[in-house]
Design a protein around this ligand. Structure first.
Ligand code: PXP
Length: 241
């Protein structure tokens, strides 16, 4: 049995927001992802609403047939939104307005009381909680202490490694963190920066149950779908009626 693939459709929304058109709709992309075998749809409702909108969350909650994973900042405003829409799981992520994407893991060890409170609030509403953390044993232990049900290991440093030595070292950190979390009884996910070239060593880690992948899939869709999209427009122009 392979790992569950959570498809992150944020970047479909990025393309839509660039022109404020109704398309491409991340809701449609989510349905196609599920038809293609995805086991989860992941979205990040950011404070600045740069891609996913609350409307997307509302409709996806109704239409997603697998699991809906809502990534969000650890704030009371977001807890309220989660209560309203009841995703299948919430993944708490750090969020800074000026970042291009989520840059580092959540500091579960350093922000213990705050994170513990947000987790309790969400779990009181029967929403399981995952923490997006760096593959670091202290962060794994802290996640367990604050009562997280799951963790998602940040694979960004592994993906950005500049040479084989660095990559092996980062891979080993991910393996160690996954094993530790699994021993503590937490479900383990991983993600960020995974693509068609670097995913396999992560896919072979037995303790990892789920991968969340977005940017590389959307980027590939643009290229593998480009020829057909151009052909369809050429066809239209050939027979304008
Ligand atoms: N997991 C988390 C917690 C994320 O924040 C992101 C990026 O939004 C991803 C997975 C997906 O990363 P990528 O788009 O690089 O595949």
């Amino acid at each position: 049995m392979g790992q569950r693939l959570g498809v992150n459709v944020d970047h479909v929304a990025t393309l839509r927001q660039a022109r404020r058109t109704p398309y491409p709709d991340p809701v449609t992309a989510a349905a196609i992802a599920e038809l293609a075998g995805a086991g989860q749809i992941t979205i990040h409702l950011r404070e600045d609403r740069r891609h996913i909108q609350e409307r997307d969350l509302r409709i996806l909650r109704e239409t997603v047939q697998t699991l809906l994973n809502l990534e969000m900042a650890a704030t009371q405003e977001m807890v309220k939104i989660a209560y309203e829409h009841k995703p299948d799981v919430v993944t708490l992520v750090p969020e800074r307005r000026e970042e291009l994407t989520t840059e580092g893991g959540l500091d579960a060890a350093g922000q213990r009381d705050h994170i513990a409170k947000i987790i309790k609030n969400l779990k009181d509403g029967d929403i399981p909680v995952s923490l997006f953390i760096d593959p670091d044993l202290d962060q794994v232990r802290a996640s367990h202490k604050v009562n997280a049900d799951r963790i998602e290991l940040h694979t960004g440093r592994y993906c950005e490694a500049r040479n084989e030595r660095e990559r092996s070292r980062e891979l080993a950190r991910i393996v160690d963190a996954a094993k530790a979390a699994s021993r503590l009884g937490m479900t383990v996910a991983a993600g960020h920066g995974l693509n068609y070239d670097n995913v396999l060593p992560i896919a072979r880690i037995e303790e990892i149950d789920e991968l969340n992948i977005g940017h590389s899939i959307v980027a590939r869709a643009v290229l593998v779908g480009f020829e057909r999209a151009v052909r369809e427009m050429v066809e239209l122009l050939r027979n304008p009626g």
